[in-house]
Design a protein. Structure first.
Length: 432
């Protein structure tokens, strides 16, 4: 993670101060539960809440000697709490603190990302309805296919991100588990009720069966969900990049006053935001393979996952947070050119209506093979040599024997392609 692609709220979750504060809350809540169960004095729990604090620099200094971050933390806290600190971490192991803390951080990161997605969905919905009937050419393989609307393009993106949001809600649910089960996860030296208490206090659920760590299939699923969101961001970004190409120019990113597109060419207006989003998507997806490889830990625990998660957890969530914000701003400010869409739609002389002509000929009694050859011949001639597809068809006796001029003209009506737009919008956005 670099500051260029980081926003304050998400970044704050991953600071040493935030991490150690969560550690302290885990230890203090666990001590409260132990006090209620009578395994430690209530005065000890009270002393921790009243006097416990830490200094990041001091923890770092102790860790340089102990080579153990949790011990360094507990030592620093004990310097402030005093004698009662001996009851901290009773029956617990380092993973109880580390894994529960990571669960808290990922759950809170999810909440930020869900808010980001809500903002993006709102922007997509607004622009989709704005361009619900803005006719444009649909493309397959990058080639003109049949008419669609720009609103339908955006409705598709909305539906995709709505699915992504559902996946993220499920991923958050799965990742938000607490483990306070002690060495190898047997609760031999810490009562399971301590885990239940800490989980409730931190908004988590108890891990049904931990080893000495929370099983990493949960984390793999979480980072996979982030990766799918990133891929959806890239899909929409690539669409915008194509639409902004000079030869297409049906839509383009907002270009602010004073913005410069090129250090060498003053005329340039480059799709830098969507290109940036493509790169950020790659970074988020790069977390998936390491997260999957973290699943296979040795026996009840090892720490091969630890160094991986120290990198991918902040990086993936911070980059995705930034990317969602950037895409939302891009969609809110996207400049759309309906007139250029219409010019592009008409560029090939009407051949985009070829399927309607094909179907009409078959309905009129022409075999599909003959109808296809007739329509393809005139469509390719129009594409190659220019002219008007309708006029070529109207000049062919084999066509007019089956279809009148009026019937042919009716087949070129753009409104035909819009008749189910309302149905699709209701499917995506509901009756409202």
């Amino acid at each position: 993670m670099i500051p260029r692609y980081a926003r304050p709220a998400m970044t704050a979750l991953w600071t040493p101060e935030a991490r150690f504060q969560i550690w302290l809350e885990i230890e203090a809540h666990a001590l409260d539960a132990m006090a209620e169960l009578g395994t430690v004095p209530k005065e000890a729990a009270k002393a921790v809440w009243e006097r416990a604090k830490f200094e990041v620099d001091r923890i770092d200094a102790i860790e340089r000697e102990t080579k153990h971050d949790v011990i360094a933390f507990l030592t620093n806290v004990a310097e402030h709490v005093g004698e009662e600190a001996r009851f901290l971490h009773q029956g617990m192991t380092s993973s109880d603190v580390l894994d529960t803390c990571l669960a808290v951080q990922l759950a809170r990161a999810s909440d930020i990302l869900l808010a980001d997605m809500d903002a993006l969905l709102a922007a997509l919905k607004k622009r989709a309805f704005e361009h619900k009937l803005t006719v444009t050419i649909g493309r397959s393989h990058g080639i003109h296919a049949e008419p669609t609307t720009f609103g339908l393009k955006l409705a598709q993106a909305y539906a995709e991100f709505d699915r992504c949001r559902t996946r993220l809600v499920a991923a958050r649910e799965e990742i938000a588990t607490c483990a306070i089960s002690g060495a190898v996860g047997t609760f031999a030296n810490v009562d399971p009720r301590v885990e239940e208490y800490v989980a409730a206090k931190l908004g988590l659920k108890p891990e049904p069966v931990s080893t000495q760590v929370i099983p990493r299939d949960r984390h793999a699923a979480f980072f996979a969900a982030l990766a799918v969101i990133a891929s959806s961001i890239e899909r929409l970004s690539v669409e915008i990049r194509h639409l902004q190409r000079t030869e297409v120019l049906e839509a383009e990113e907002p270009f602010s006053v004073g913005q410069k597109g090129s250090s060498a060419m003053p005329h340039k207006r480059n799709p830098v935001l969507s290109e940036n989003l493509t790169g950020l998507a790659r970074l988020v997806r790069s977390a998936v393979v390491p997260a999957l490889e973290n699943v296979a830990l040795w026996h009840e625990r090892d720490i091969s996952h630890s160094s991986v998660e120290r990198g991918i957890a902040p990086d993936a969530t911070i980059h995705l947070d930034f990317a969602l914000m950037r895409l939302t701003g891009l969609m809110e400010g996207l400049v759309v050119y309906p007139d250029q869409m219409k010019r592009n739609l008409d560029k090939l002389g009407g051949v985009v209506h070829s399927q309607r002509v094909l179907l009409a000929l078959t309905q009129a009694g022409v075999s599909r093979e003959d109808a296809y050859m007739l329509v393809q011949k005139h469509a390719h001639a129009t594409w190659r040599d220019g002219g008007d597809f309708l006029e070529r068809l109207a000049g062919d006796a084999k066509v007019t024997t089956a279809l009148s001029r009026a019937q042919l003209e009716e087949l070129f009506d753009l409104g035909y392609h819009l008749k189910h737009v309302d149905t699709i919008f209701r499917r995506v956005f509901g009756e409202a």
